[in-house]
Design a protein around this ligand. Structure first.
Ligand code: UDP
Ligand code: MG
Length: 167
């Protein structure tokens, strides 16, 4: 099934200059890139993205991590890929959540680490299901930032500006 997936190149990857390697690993899947941008991550965006972890003891650390607090700058690269079995292909390429358990040939296995505080600095985020991919893509991207119409939209008028928003 053709599907879309959100990938985030996290602040540790950017600080370690891993962007090129990660993008070329992903290119090897043949999946199509349909959206890309550099994002300064607000606390609100981070908390919404990681809402499923709100009750975990490491929640604050993970929010600080995605906001770049430990890695010099508040920035991630956000990408949307599209194609056959995109989610399972990219989850396999990323490897397990825990970088110590991830196969060394995967992105997380090769470049991830666990901090002394126990946070998994695992280099990339990849959506884990079509439902979460839709939620995450709608959170990180507006319809006009994607070159394929993935989900229903509606037109919003703001003064003289007319633009598309997610329905
Ligand atoms: N995380 C962590 N410790 C854990 C579980 C998760 O530090 O025990 C961090 C890790 O950076 C992970 C993120 O929280 O990527 C989101 O967790 P999730 O369970 O969604 O894993 P993922 O989908 O990223 O593999
Ligand atoms: Mg997840």
């Amino acid at each position: 099934m053709e599907e879309a997936v959100l990938v985030l190149i996290k602040p540790d990857a950017l600080q370690k200059n891993l962007t090129g390697d990660i993008l070329s690993r992903i290119s090897s899947t043949g999946l199509e890139i349909i959206g890309a941008k550099v994002v300064k991550v607000s606390r609100e965006l981070a908390e919404t993205h990681y809402a499923h972890l709100r009750d975990k003891p490491f929640f604050e650390d993970v929010i600080d991590y995605i906001c770049g607090k430990q890695h010099g700058r508040n920035k991630v690269i956000a990408l949307v890929y599209y194609g056959e079995d995109a989610i399972s292909k990219l989850r396999a390429l990323a490897g397990k959540t825990n970088p110590e358990e991830a196969d060394p040939t995967t992105i997380r296995g090769a470049y991830g680490r666990i901090t002394t505080k126990g946070v998994y600095e695992n280099v990339v985020h990849v959506s884990d299901s079509p439902e979460n991919a839709e939620k995450e893509i709608k959170l990180w991207f507006s319809p006009e930032e994607l070159i394929i119409d993935l989900y229903p939209t509606r037109t919003q008028v703001e003064g003289s500006r007319v633009h598309k928003v997610w329905a």
